[in-house]
Write a protein that binds this ligand. Structure first.
Ligand SMILES: Cc1cc2nc3c(=O)[nH]c(=O)nc-3n(C[C@H](O)[C@H](O)[C@H](O)COP(=O)(O)OP(=O)(O)OC[C@H]3O[C@@H](n4cnc5c(N)ncnc54)[C@H](O)[C@@H]3O)c2cc1C
Length: 437
């Protein structure tokens, strides 16, 4: 593995790789869950030493290797705010850009793409360029139709007249190396009011999502299903008896009395939890993060494999997708199927725990789920990208012509296919187990 300390060193490595036709895998912090950072062969090049960080009013400049948590902290210390928050704050800025990372707060603020003002890119050839927002690409690309979802992280987001910055965001290390970025900062928001709102069941919770989606300044709207709550009960004895679903909410400068009225209107439990900024609110976030840990503990105790989805559908098709999760996945994996996540974006993760000989059944369902999402006008990956593990889903999402257009762009920028070999582009349709969230 190489860890260059400067752009000059990076250029030298890329040029040598080019001469020898050696595949290169770009490494950020390795928190990606789609396997893009895992090399098939050749050299791994880490950007961990690219750590410059400078904050100004309204913007920040960061080296690719700066952890997201340092960017968030530096912004807050300057009375500002960097919204992208894909849970795992050890992720590097370069990695979050390469995967267009989003997360629970993207319900209000959108994903990383929205905040990138400029990128410093080293091309596979070793040429260094700085691209600013609005600087259009100098070649033709077709308009590849996007699903009508609020989030989408599958392949290159090609459209005529697009700019270079958009081309590199979400390209998963296959088109160029991000060495630094200029990012937009927002004014620091007012303190949020947060809550975990309990319902008797899924239907009532989904009804509430539809009522509450338009509430102003709502930062997030997250879901935990009955099986997820059941898994958390040993840790949280105060989950109300009879609760069969929960929504997590967070609203900037929210009013507790207004929320109590909303609870009544939605038939939610009065014993739901609310807190203003401080330790209690932190406990709610911890409650949400405890779920993947509990699932992983169950994976270990069952000796099972975890299979996960990252599909999203148009908001209006959410109920149909949920019906699929219930009728196909939860029935087949009763007690070992967990549905949770970004319900405000119609983007729920399903985790299936499959011990022993159940791998084929789980893999078949994961593939069926991706097909169902696409049939509903959705996406096979809303936030994690395809990497290597899910590269086979590219052709479920797009037709042959769109994939060919993406390959043409790849060939133009990386003629020898050195960068991210095996990421995004694969030929077989098979499903692989996934240990995402
Ligand atoms: C517990 C947990 C929760 C998560 N939750 C979310 C979530 O809610 N939303 C979400 O979007 N993601 C989530 N993730 C995924 C993950 O945090 C992101 O994918 C992250 O953005 C990857 O950053 P990284 O630095 O770790 O990149 P890596 O994993 O090192 O690399 C990811 C990809 O980016 C490429 N890459 C990395 N750096 C560069 C660079 N400088 N230039 C070009 N290409 C580069 C790599 O080649 C690879 O293809 C979660 C991960 C974990 C572990």
């Amino acid at each position: 593995m190489y860890a260059p300390a400067s752009e000059l060193e990076l250029r030298d490595i890329l040029r040598r790789a080019n001469e020898n036709r050696t595949p290169i895998t770009i490494a950020g912090a390795g928190t990606g869950v789609a396997g893009g950072r895992v090399p098939l062969s050749g050299w791994v090049v880490s950007l961990e030493k690219f750590r410059e960080l400078a904050v100004e009013p309204g913007r920040l400049r960061a080296g690719a290797g700066v952890p997201l948590r340092e960017v968030q902290r530096a912004a807050l210390n300057a009375g500002q705010f960097y919204p992208p928050d894909p849970t795992e704050t050890w992720a590097s800025i370069g990695g979050t850009i390469a995967t267009n990372a989003s997360g629970s707060r993207s319900f209000r603020y959108g994903g990383t793409r929205r905040y990138v003002k400029a990128l410093r890119i080293m091309h596979a050839s070793g040429t260094l360029r700085e691209y600013r927002r609005g600087e259009a690409i100098d070649f033709e690309v077709p308009d590849i139709p996007r699903p009508n979802t609020t989030k989408h992280a599958v392949g290159y987001d090609l459209h005529p007249g697009m700019d270079w910055v958009d081309l590199f965001i979400g390209s998963e290390g296959t088109l160029g190396v991000v060495t630094a970025a200029e990012l937009e900062l927002l004014p620091r928001p007012q303190a949020p009011l947060g809550g975990v709102v309990f319902f008797s069941g899924e239907t009532a919770a989904v009804d509430a999502v539809e009522q509450w989606r338009g509430i102003p300044r709502l930062n997030l709207l997250e879901y935990l299903d009955a099986a997820s709550l059941q898994l958390l009960r040993p840790l949280y004895g105060n989950i109300p008896a009879g609760a069969g679903a929960a929504l997590m909410i967070e609203q900037e400068a929210g009013d507790a009395d207004e929320w109590l009225d909303r609870l009544q209107g939605a038939g939610a439990f009065e014993s739901s939890w609310f807190a203003e900024e401080g330790p209690d609110l932190e406990r709610f976030r911890e409650f949400r993060h405890a779920l993947p840990r509990q699932i992983n503990a169950m994976v270990a105790s069952l000796g099972a494999m975890k299979w996960s989805t990252d599909c999203a559908v148009p908001v209006a098709r959410q109920r149909e997708m949920l019906a699929f999760y219930r009728e196909r996945m939860a029935v087949a994996f009763a007690g070992r199927c967990f549905v949770f996540g970004h319900i405000g974006d119609a983007h729920l993760h399903v985790n299936l725990l499959a011990p022993g000989d159940e791998q084929q059944r789980a893999s078949g369902l994961i593939l069926e789920c991706a097909r169902r999402a696409v049939a509903l006008g959705g996406t096979v990956s809303a936030e994690h990208g395809l990497g290597k593990r899910k590269a086979h889903l590219l052709e479920l999402q797009y037709g042959v012509a769109a994939i060919e257009a993406m390959r043409t762009v790849k060939k133009r920028l990386d003629p020898y296919g050195a960068l991210g070999h095996g990421t995004l582009f694969a030929s077989r349709i098979v499903a692989e187990p996934n240990d995402a969230e």
